[in-house]
Design a protein around this ligand. Sequence first.
Ligand code: NAD
Ligand code: UDP
Ligand code: UDP
Length: 336
Amino acid sequence: HTRTKPPPTPSPLRFSKFFQSNMRILVTGGAGFIGSHLVDKLMENEKNEVIVVDNYFTGSKDNLSRWIGHPRFELIRHDVTEPLLVEVDQIYHLACPASPIFYKYNPVKTIKTNVIGTLNMLGLAKRVGARILFTSTSEVYGDPLVHPQPESYWGNVNPIGVRSCYDEGKRVAETLMFDYHRQHGIEIRVARIFNTYGPRMNIDDGRVVSNFIAQALRGEPLTIQKPGSQTRSFCYVSDLVDGLIRLMEGDNTGPINLGNPGEFTVLELADTVKELINPQVEIKTVENTPDDPRQRKPDITKAKELLGWEPKVKLRDGLSLMEEDFRARLSISKKK
Ligand code: NAD
Ligand code: UDP
Ligand code: UDP
């Protein structure tokens, strides 16, 4: 007689990495500006499963709406200052408010997010053997005394100022990354991101590019914080995301600067936005906030050599792409 075979019992091993062909990737802060663009790019690869954890402090589900319900995507409301148990192969750790008005709103929470949040993600990486990438910032150079800033520069940060919760929080997080690497052999990647802009930035989050574009569209004066001669270098978000993925996939721990070396004064940026979006708009000078860095420009020699990376999108082109997104979200159509 014939015997029908019983259905196979699921083996716990099928959850193990050995049997898993897909790459499981955790993105903390994935509902935010950069995180959601990173998720879009990672989801393009059918071998990737993406898990986002976010507490929605500055991010939003809207940024991920196209992926909600997708079989390779999962969204978890979670605060990284609490322990997290998931099984993943890679961690992109972005969770942290990036705009000064948000990170200064609850400075103690900002420090906890950077320090305890990063400690938790490193503990997770250690437990599951995942590679972890941390998004640090050019703010670790503070108000720099070296220009442009190479990774070897240690920075000039005020430890007790109103920006310190972010700057020093990121510096401690970098230290944690390297100590877990040296002490526990964790595979780490550290990116030092310079000012990044693009679609999905919070419209009223106070950063200079989003402020100027929203002001130009609303016909409100562009607010130049004194003196206006301070410089920044603006990287379009698709270039930045490309750099983050190259860093994760490459062999170098970093820290590696990711940013666009094109340097502009805030006044030049205002003039460009005015010319592109609304030539009638006024420009006014307002008070600045303490400890504002006077100049900032990345030295990206290391990224070029080690990652074969450099930004492609020019400021004017990026501003136009952002204008389209802001027009749609503010419901302000272009005059023909
Ligand atoms: P963002 O504010 O748009 O995104 C941050 C995300 O993290 C948000 O979705 C927010 O809700 C989430 N988050 C904050 N605290 C959290 C917590 N405790 N637990 C879970 N989620 C939390 O900012 P962004 O511009 O996308 O920046 C992403 C990362 O890149 C940040 O780490 C930031 O420091 C870094 N960075 C950004 C820039 C830039 O110009 N945008 C420059 C340098 C570094
Ligand atoms: N952790 C976590 N998820 C894990 C493993 C650890 O969130 O899967 C947290 C854990 O709660 C701890 C932190 O990561 O607070 C650091 O963990 P580690 O094992 O390095 O240190 P220990 O628990 O020994 O202090
Ligand atoms: N800034 C400005 N007007 C604004 C917002 C910002 O002139 O409406 C200036 C700000 O003083 C700083 C620069 O633009 O010198 C960049 O500020 P942002 O908050 O975008 O980024 P960060 O200071 O973190 O580089």
